[in-house]
Design a protein around this ligand. Structure first.
Ligand SMILES: Cc1cc2nc3c(=O)[nH]c(=O)nc-3n(C[C@H](O)[C@H](O)[C@H](O)COP(=O)(O)OP(=O)(O)OC[C@H]3O[C@@H](n4cnc5c(N)ncnc54)[C@H](O)[C@@H]3O)c2cc1C
Length: 399
């Protein structure tokens, strides 16, 4: 059996960042990284943004090139899934029957797309958009007038719809909420952004949901709860992810929505860590456990996990931010930006430019900077201060 000081399961951003973290401390302990996809770690945000606008090419999205890994002595097993974990014996088995022993293990398994549980939800060709392969499959099918039904009005659905619209596809969006990105946007902003989509020609079917998908010749026929029948060339779905916890769960590791880790990102099993989309960690600044499905968290959490695997004993106290671009509307957000919280919108230009504060018991818990850039550090400071403030006192607090 091959023996490694470090085994990383998952070849996404948090896995790639963990290599950096390990090597900051341990220059030569053997590392094995097992990745289910056939690519070395890459950034996913461009899959719904720059790659569609010709601002980036596929070669630009990799976290590091292959030489970077070989220069750091990383054995990259791509296109290989871990299928079994024995956390007592400290071994991991892969899909081809090989077993590896580890001293420290990182589960950086991210998440996989939630699938529609309805007739036709698993039809071949229905694209649950998440990976580079999904982009490489979808992009060549898009030409002027290609009709696409996008199911889901959250981050992925909204971003991919904007990208397809800019690429002249004929996009229909179907989602159960009254307006886009409703889990984060206050109602007035959500409605204004949804209207922008309409103005650009996206057909919006809000307050509705699919009940079945069928194939009729070359077309997909999607029937909805409200009785609509939508015929399109393509169906793309973005309805959230399920955290990749199976290996951990089957090994008896504590799961609660994600893999439960402590402030040093260690799981309930000795020498097993988790980071990224799959990890439920104590979010120090908010004083409660959270699982965060965003790029900046995967980047920074993966690195701290790697450092701790190599002996650093550091707490993850970082406050990750996230970002999104919907046509001309871009934002950066940090903290708890749940639209169910009380919000105070400090607009410079209504529903376009300004800062939204999210409050609980008078304390700022989160902030979203809309078309306002590089102010994340100020927002972090405000959240950390934890002062009780009247909403009106927040005018101009972050600018
Ligand atoms: C299209 C898209 C656009 C996005 N845009 C933004 C954005 O604009 N802003 C933002 O903040 N965030 C964005 N995100 C979210 C961000 O990309 C994720 O938070 C980040 O990719 C999480 O990284 P991760 O390494 O934890 O997980 P993942 O990226 O899911 O990587 C996990 C990897 O592990 C592999 N794996 C899983 N199980 C196994 C196993 N058993 N064996 C081997 N390998 C396994 C998977 O195949 C996968 O390659 C976007 C995500 C997507 C999909």
């Amino acid at each position: 059996m091959a023996v490694y000081k470090y085994v990383i399961v998952g070849g996404g951003l948090s896995g790639g960042s963990a290599v950096e973290g390990i090597r900051e401390i341990d220059k030569d302990g053997p590392i094995l990284m097992m990745g289910g996809e056939k690519y070395e770690p890459y950034h996913r945000p461009p899959l719904t943004k720059q790659l569609w606008f010709k601002k980036k090419q596929v070669k630009d999205i990799f976290v590091h090139d292959m030489e970077w890994y070989s220069a750091r002595g990383v054995n990259l097993l791509l296109g290989t899934r871990a299928v079994g974990l024995d956390a007592r014996e400290c071994t991991v088995a892969d899909s081809s029957g090989r077993t590896y022993a580890y001293e420290k293990l990182l589960l950086a398994t991210g998440g996989y797309p939630r699938v529609l549980g309805l007739p036709g939800g698993d039809l071949p060709g229905v694209c649950y958009f998440r990976t580079l392969d999904d982009f490489l499959t979808l992009q060549p099918q898009i030409a002027e007038g290609t009709s696409v039904l996008v199911i889901g009005g959250g981050f992925i659905g909204s971003e991919i719809s904007a990208a397809l619209n800019v690429n002249k596809a004929n996009v229909t969006m179907l989602f159960p909420s009254p307006y886009l990105v409703d889990r984060v946007f206050p109602e007035s902003l959500g409605r204004a952004i949804t209207e922008q989509y309409r103005i650009r020609g996206v057909n919006i079917l809000a307050n509705d949901a699919p009940v079945s998908i069928e194939k009729d010749g070359e077309l997909y026929v999607t029937r909805t709860r409200n009785g609509d029948e939508i015929l399109t060339d393509l169906v793309v779905a973005g309805i959230g992810i399920v955290p990749g916890v199976e290996l951990a769960r089957d090994a008896g590791i504590q799961i609660e929505d994600g893999i439960v880790v402590d402030e040093q990102l260690a799981s309930s099993a000795p020498d097993v860590y988790a980071a990224g989309d799959n990890a439920r960690f104590p979010y120090a600044a908010l004083g409660r456990p959270m699982r965060v499905e965003h790029w900046d968290n995967a980047l920074n959490q993966g690195k701290v996990a790697g450092r701790n695997m190599a002996g650093a004993s550091e707490s993850y106290t970082y406050m990750p931010y996230f970002f999104s671009d919907l046509f001309e509307f871009g934002y950066e957000a940090v903290g708890d930006v749940n639209s169910k919280l009380e919000t105070y919108c400090d607009w410079i230009k209504e529903n376009d430019t300004g800062v939204i504060y999210y409050l609980a018991d008078g304390q700022v818990r989160g902030a979203m900077m809309c078309n306002v850039w590089d102010r994340v550090p100020d927002a972090r400071e405000l959240i950390l201060k934890g002062e009780v403030m009247a909403p009106a006192e927040l005018a101009g607090a972050v600018r």
